[in-house]
Design a protein around this ligand. Structure first.
Ligand code: SF4
Length: 334
């Protein structure tokens, strides 16, 4: 039996203090991932600090024409918010591609960022796993790895980040607002999640005693030309084999700006700044899109169970460009 104590905070500083005062404490909001981890003997909080009643449920104007989403806004509330639907439809579509309505109704925006990989070995406390127990090994390297990473992996871990929402947040260049005993700070979304390296047990750059308070979107929402493509084993309630979030600015047939992130392929949403830069000023056609996909995937490494993801990701990128521009780019693969 896991014995624990429970405490509830009504203000951010109170939550931080309660967390700091109790070794082995964990914050809980929707609990949709923590309770799974707890039940499977992967997480063992001694104290649970309930933050579900903190005043972090607003969606309000952000800096410089952007939008600030409180960390306790539920996934459903964000997806169906009128401003998000109108100005950031990519985000709404990505959220609605994830989980189930019941889960989205309780899962929080902050918790979505912090959900842990769904690698089967990670959830099986009877197996070795460097992420669960550093130094024990990674059976996925030669084992069941169909869902695993093709980019940015290491010999210590080839897990992927499971979120759909985070793939859209990466494209939107969101920032993450954090609070801790040392005060508040803001982290660019690209710097929030980490690649596994030799410390795969550390998923993010959030400090142990910090709390996510909000996610902020800049003004540019790519409402005119965007797409979220998710390829999965069944039509709903399944994690992505590969997903693509895309935002484009076009001047006629010329690409002015392109942001593209892949999900289901790495330990964090995967963007390639050089590949994106290579698109600027290019004519939008099938060759341009395939060249871009090849650039993004040039360092991809497949394993026995997941090598198919490399071509799948290239085709998903083509599909995303097609959906964002109502054209077809899929017939020219070579
Ligand atoms: Fe553990 Fe990562 Fe290996 Fe999965 S891929 S078994 S999470 S170390």
């Amino acid at each position: 039996m896991n014995r624990f104590s429970y405490t509830r905070a009504s203000e951010v500083q109170q939550a931080i203090e309660q967390h700091r005062a109790n070794a082995g404490a964990a914050f809980i909001a929707g609990g949709t991932n923590l309770v799974d981890l707890w039940r499977e003997d992967v997480a063992h909080p001694q104290v649970v600090v309930d933050i579900s009643r903190l005043p972090l449920k607003q969606i309000e104007p952000g800096a410089a024409g952007g939008l600030k989403i409180g960390a306790l806004v539920t996934n459903s509330a964000a997806a169906y918010d009128a401003t998000i639907a109108a100005r950031y439809p990519l985000l709404a579509k990505a959220i609605l591609a994830g989980a189930s309505p019941q889960i989205r109704n309780v899962a929080s925006i902050g918790g979505n960022l912090l959900q842990r990989t769904r690698c089967v070995y990670f959830y099986d406390a009877g197996t070795r796993c460097n992420k669960r127990e550093p130094g024990t090994g990674c059976p996925a390297l030669e084992g069941v790895n169909r869902m695993h990473a093709i980019l940015g992996a290491s010999e210590y871990c080839i897990a992927v980040h499971p979120s759909d929402m985070c793939v859209a947040l990466a494209v939107l260049d969101a920032t993450v607002h954090l609070s801790g005993p040392g005060g508040a700070r803001v982290v660019p979304f690209a710097e929030f999640h980490r690649l596994p390296g030799d410390t795969p047990h550390i998923d993010t750059n959030l400090r142990d005693d910090e709390l996510i308070t909000a996610v902020e979107l800049p003004k540019q929402g790519f409402a005119e030309h965007h797409a979220y493509v998710k390829v999965r084993d069944r039509a709903s309630y399944a994690f992505a084999l590969v997903s693509v979030a895309l935002g484009l600015e076009l001047d006629g047939d010329v690409i002015v700006n392109a942001h593209c992130a892949l999900g289901g392929v790495a330990h964090k949403p995967w963007r390639d700044a050089d590949a994106e830069a290579s698109l600027r000023g290019k004519a939008l056609n099938a060759r341009t899109v395939r060249d871009f996909a090849n650039k993004v995937l040039c360092d991809a490494r497949g394993r026995r169970g997941n090598a198919f993801k490399i071509e799948l990701a290239a085709r998903a990128i083509e599909r995303a460009f097609a959906m964002a521009t109502q054209r077809s780019f899929e017939e020219s693969a070579s």
